[in-house]
Design a protein around this ligand. Structure first.
Ligand code: AGP
Length: 593
């Protein structure tokens, strides 16, 4: 999705453009097709174009712009094709007001019509361009920048995080947000606004979290936040426990592999949240039903939560895709805990569902991004301690989500054995990672495939879904995750000697039935790769390949461990196919539309 940044340096002589460039580079994981910067040094300077940051930088030398303050943007199009003219910043007619915007405006057509009737001329086909024109219209009517911006915001219907600079009031950046993320950063030398913390983490860990509708004013003397009536309000500054090193690739070629390797730590640090989770569980004594709501990988973590909570705590648990939530919302009541699982804490489908759910039910958000919108709106919050994740494919945040969900379920069911078992998971994952070369070799044997199936049963069904999603989103190979008993009800027709089938076979009560399903695909000559326990002679003899896991990993905790070789497989197959695993085509890390 789009990302915005603004920075004002206290030192008037120092150029801000190199810093803005570095910050938007740090936002590139959100997904984008164009980039732009506006700075001020007596007049507004703009450089922008369609393309990836290195290409545009090579052409325009983005760091070479005068002025000690400015705004920057990476664009993921929602309205208007990717083009130079549609790239942000968007300007008013005279080029004296520059705006960057993340979000989308539902009523831009109507506003555009009104502005055109008033004589304003539009250059782009974006929704954003109405914003600088509206600000100019109100400034023409005699309002100062802050009032003109406020009146503009009142006219907008949609989601937005917006930053503005203006030639007449040339010492400040104004910004605000509604249903789109925005953070304020404070350092000794500069003040920032940014869509995401990783963009500015190289400069500061001191963050202020503005609420929806608040107006942020950055100038050389500091940060002011005004409420909706223009009154200045005190805001707390929080120290983010993330470091710049955590948000950088370091010696690794891609974020995805760095993040896969960080998974033992993600589990350990999330286990440290046990006391916080216990407080929430203690407060939820009367809960009769649970409903998980999430998208994508977070949905798969939720599905594991359903199996676990029903098994251990015997509480009826549903899982609903956030985009489908409104169709089941009528069945909620105050005895149903609605749990939102999200890496970003910003996904719009989940946010919309949260806003509906909180009307009737207690809500819990399990998110990785500190200060994200879901943490503001949910009654209870658990922060997973995976640190910043930049690869579009969620890996360590997924394992951290599972850790938090398993802790929650274990505490809810008062199951000390599970909690003890969870503390062994980091080492089980380390053992898998130590054998990642085996997966690298296997990837060469599977990258030819055009279609793959992943099969699992019970606790292993979500593993199959997640393995397939990882592969398809980054390698662009078609993959399906199936409950292994369901295959015979249709998809078995697609199995033949060209189709690899990956079977998730942890030891436990589902083993024999899954083995029957393995036989079914073997009879149709499928190429079988089993993920099974060390010493599983049966699986070894019936599969073309096996990847083995510590036999002490039970089927119940298998999602936390058996998923890891599938992440590695997706990663290495993607490299084998020559794609970038961090930035798959057409996908963004944070989906706020
Ligand atoms: C994960 O690999 C995907 N990129 C995607 O499915 C993601 O999990 C989904 O968009 C939900 O995001 P969230 O966890 O930030 O809400």
């Amino acid at each position: 999705m789009c990302g915005i940044v603004g920075c004002i340096l206290k030192d008037k002589e120092k150029p801000v453009a190199p810093i803005l460039l570095e910050c938007v580079e740090n936002l590139d994981y959100r997904g984008y097709d164009s980039v732009g910067i506006a700075t001020f040094d007596g007049s507004i300077h703009v450089k922008k174009d369609k393309g990836k940051i290195p290409e545009v930088d090579e052409k325009l030398n983005l760091a070479d712009m005068p002025g000690n303050f400015g705004i920057a943007h990476v664009r993921w199009p929602s309205t208007g094709v990717p083009s130079k003219i549609n790239a942000h910043p968007q300007l008013d007619q005279a080029g004296t007001i520059a705006v960057v915007h993340n979000g989308s405006l539902k009523n831009y057509d109507e506003l555009k019509g009104e502005l055109i009737a008033d004589g304003f001329k539009f250059k782009s086909t974006t929704d954003t361009e109405v914003i600088p024109h509206l600000i100019r219209k109100y400034m023409n009517e005699g309002f100062d920048l802050e009032h003109a911006f406020r009146k503009t915001i009142e006219r907008l219907d949609g989601s937005y995080a917006i930053a503005v600079i203006c030639e007449e009031e040339n010492n400040k950046i104004l910004a605000t947000r509604y249903q789109s993320p925005l953070k304020i950063g404070v350092s000794d030398d500069a003040y920032f606004i940014s869509s995401d913390i990783p963009a500015i983490i190289d400069y500061t860990r001191k963050i202020i979290l503005p609420a929806e509708g608040e107006m942020i004013i950055l100038d050389e003397s500091g940060v002011k936040v005004h409420d909706e009536n223009g009154n200045e309000i005190e805001k707390e500054t929080v120290l983010i426990p993330w470091t710049a090193q955590m948000a950088n690739k370091g010696e690794h070629p891609y974020f995805m592999i760095k993040e896969i390797l960080e998974q033992p730590d993600a589990v350990e640090f999330t286990l440290d949240e046990m006391d916080n989770i216990r407080k929430i569980v203690d407060d939820l004594d009367n809960i009769k039903n649970i409903c998980f709501v999430a998208c994508g990988t977070s949905y798969h973590a939720s599905l594991s939560g359903k199996y676990l909570i029903q098994h251990l705590a015997k509480i009826k648990t549903d899982v609903v895709l956030a985009s489908e939530f409104k169709y089941t919302a009528d069945t909620l009541d105050e005895d149903t805990l609605v749990i939102f699982i999200s890496q970003s804490g910003e996904t719009l489908d989940s946010m919309n569902a949260l806003r509906i759910a909180k009307e009737t039910s207690p809500t819990l958000a399990i998110v990785n991004n500190i200060g994200s919108s879901m943490t503001e709106e949910a009654k209870y919050t658990i922060i997973t301690q995976a640190g910043p994740e930049k690869g579009v494919a969620a890996t360590k945040t997924y394992i951290a989500q599972l850790t938090a969900i398993y802790l929650f379920a274990g505490l809810l069911a008062k199951d000390d054995d599970l909690i003890e078992e969870l503390h062994k998971v980091p080492n089980y994952i380390r053992e898998v990672l130590e054998k990642s070369e085996e997966i690298e070799v296997l990837s060469k044997r599977y990258s030819f495939a055009e279609d793959l199936f992943y099969l699992g049963r019970g606790f292993s069904y979500p593993i199959a879904l997640e393995g397939a999603l990882k592969l398809k989103e980054i390698s662009l190979i078609h993959a399906e995750g199936y409950a292994s008993g369901e295959l015979k009800h249709g998809p078995l027709a697609l199995i033949n000697h060209r189709v690899p089938v990956i079977v998730i076979l942890p030891p436990g009560s589902d083993y024999e039935e899954t083995m029957v399903n393995l036989e079914e695909v073997k009879a149709r000559k499928a190429i079988i790769l089993s993920i099974c326990a060390e010493g599983d002679g049966k699986a070894e003899c019936k599969s073309r390949d096996v990847f083995t896991i510590n036999p002490n990993v039970s089927e119940m905790v298998a999602p936390l461990v058996y998923t890891v070789p599938l992440q590695l497989l997706a990663y290495y197959v993607t490299l084998e196919k020559g794609h970038d695993p961090d930035k798959p085509e057409n996908l963004a890390k944070v989906i706020t539309v």
